[in-house]
Design a protein around this ligand. Structure first.
Ligand code: FAD
Ligand code: ZN
Length: 469
């Protein structure tokens, strides 16, 4: 590769300003958690699909590798360049147009660099709902959400990003454009290319646009907190809520006492309406009924839970602002945690039924092996997905704790997850953080099939090398 000629060619294609090599590029070269810092050959910002295709063709001609990036909020180090100074950082951020809304078909077509919040807003402007929702929604892009098959807080009712996508436009490693922007709900014409690219973390192609599913907006939505004495009680509450509210139960998030204590410490302005309890549950119910009917039904369910001794206390939001405040508490946990210092994150999936036993055994094993560790355990219990994070003991230097103990902590947790038939990555992906886990824990047959797909779609290994596989 001759970097100087590639840069000249890229500047000729996109214009001087869209090929950045000078100044502070840390917004692109460093990840959100500040765990990985790389050095790009250049940060390249195409403005449309044809330009993306030309960039990929130029990189292919010059033998350069590429790292696609959206909002750079990923948590597994998949969207930042390595330290070699040879990788082109391809930012999709300028591709943020809404291309089409089809109200009758309940679809929305947007470019990959659209920020998730803008996608939600475009749906709301058409009086419809795009339900994907996560704490990074003000910065993450729909391209990144699809590339990581993001989950978030509405999966219980609406599924992951994959379930919300009908069609894609993708630029291949060779720089060809695949126009798969269909809004069809049924299309059995061969292999599903869309599902190959979703969740591929920028290793198989560059997503440039997507056609997304929309839904009618609920007439009413009610939110509450409930405190539980144990995870078994949280599960009993989940069962009760599902039985009484059916598909109307859109959110069911759990937070352990320590995670909310971190929010209290670092975001003391956020009111916590319930007294500290071993577990606090955030429930959301959305309904096509009017507000009063929806509230009555939700309150009846909470009363039954109190009566049965499943919950100790509840706090029902009385307004949209109060409901947003309850969600803020939940969303502040990852932020409070990074204020507290570096930690070992685990984004694990388990059969919901296995969770109480898993936590009881794994908490005890961790505490025995690493005395004083603090567990920030929270997440999407309704989906069987926990953010089971380990913070070092108070007073111990965090980077030193991580350097010494991270591999052993991961082994202990992931072995326990595997023994329960769970997954070491529920919604964040593999990136570089969990590449070795994938190599170690996936079956040889699965790994062989994945490598065959990579080889077929990106034979020269141009796209995000060293990530996932
Ligand atoms: P980036 O970080 O830019 O990239 C992520 C990966 O996708 C990289 O491998 C990159 O190469 C690839 N990529 C990006 N754009 C494209 C594209 N157009 N084509 C091909 N590949 C591409 N995730 C959840 O699932 N649920 C949560 O609840 C959740 N909460 C979060 C809360 C916080 C505070 C933060 C910081 C993150 C959270 N995440 C969550 C992580 C989540 O994966 C990202 O927020 C989001 O999905 C990534 O979007 P992005 O645009 O920032 O992608
Ligand atoms: Zn999550």
């Amino acid at each position: 590769m001759n970097p100087a000629t590639l840069l000249t060619e890229l500047r000729h294609l996109l214009g001087q300003d869209q090929v950045m090599t000078e100044g502070d590029l840390s917004a692109w070269e460093q990840d959100w958690r500040k765990r990985w810092r790389g050095k790009a050959l250049a940060v390249v910002r195409p403005g449309n699909t044809a330009e993306v295709a030309q960039v990929l063709q130029a990189c292919a001609r010059h033998g350069a590798t590429l790292v696609p990036q959206g909002g750079n909020t990923g948590l597994v180090g998949g969207g930042v360049p390595d330290a070699s100074g040879t990788q082109v950082l391809l930012s999709l951020a300028r591709m943020n147009r809404v291309r089409a809304v089809d109200r009758a078909n309940l679809t929305l077509t947007v470019e990959a660099g659209c920020v998730l919040q803008a996608v939600q807003q475009a749906a709301a402007d058409a009086d419809l709902l795009f339900p994907l929702s996560l704490a990074a929604e003000g910065s993450c892009t729909i391209g990144g959400n699809l590339a990581t098959n993001a989950g978030g807080t509405q999966v219980l009712r609406f599924g992951n990003a994959r379930d919300l996508c009908l069609g894609l436009e993708v630029v291949t490693a060779a720089g060809e454009v695949w126009d798969g922007l269909t809004g069809l709900r049924k299309d059995n014409t061969g292999y599903d290319l869309r599902d190959l690219f979703i969740g591929s973390e920028g290793t198989l192609g560059v997503i440039t646009a997507a056609t997304l599913k929309l839904f009618p907006r609920p007439a009413a939505s009610v939110t509450a907190l409930a405190s539980c004495a144990s995870l078994a009680q949280c599960l009993a509450l989940l069962g009760l809520a599902q039985a009484q509210l059916g598909a109307g139960l859109t959110g069911f998030e759990v937070m352990n006492q320590f995670s909310l204590s971190l929010v209290r410490r670092h975001f003391s302005q956020l009111a916590q309406p319930l007294a500290p309890a071993p577990w606090t549950v955030l429930l959301e119910y959305a309904s096509a009924d009017d507000e009063a009917t929806a509230r009555n039904r939700f309150e009846a369910m909470l009363e039954a839970a109190l009566y049965q001794g499943v919950v100790a206390d509840t706090a029902l939001a009385g307004s949209l602002a109060q409901s947003a405040a309850l969600w803020h508490l939940r969303e502040a946990i990852p932020l409070a945690q990074s204020e507290e210092g570096l930690n070992v994150k685990h984004d694990i999936a388990l059969p919901v039924s296995a969770i109480p036993d898993f936590c009881a055994r794994t908490d005890a094993a961790l505490e025995a092996a690493f005395p004083g560790i603090r567990l920030v355990n929270f997440g999407h219990l309704g989906d069987g997905n926990l953010h089971y994070n380990v913070q070092g003991p108070t007073g111990v230097e965090t980077s030193e704790f991580l350097a010494t103990h991270e591999p052993a902590i991961n082994r202990l947790v992931y072995d326990a997850v595997q023994a329960c038939g769970g997954s070491f990555s529920a919604e964040h992906g593999v990136g570089q953080l969990k590449r070795d886990e994938l190599a170690e824990r996936k079956s040889p047959v699965a790994l062989g099939l994945m490598r065959a797909i990579k080889q077929a779609l990106d034979p020269q290994g141009r796209l995000n090398p060293g990530r996932v596989l």
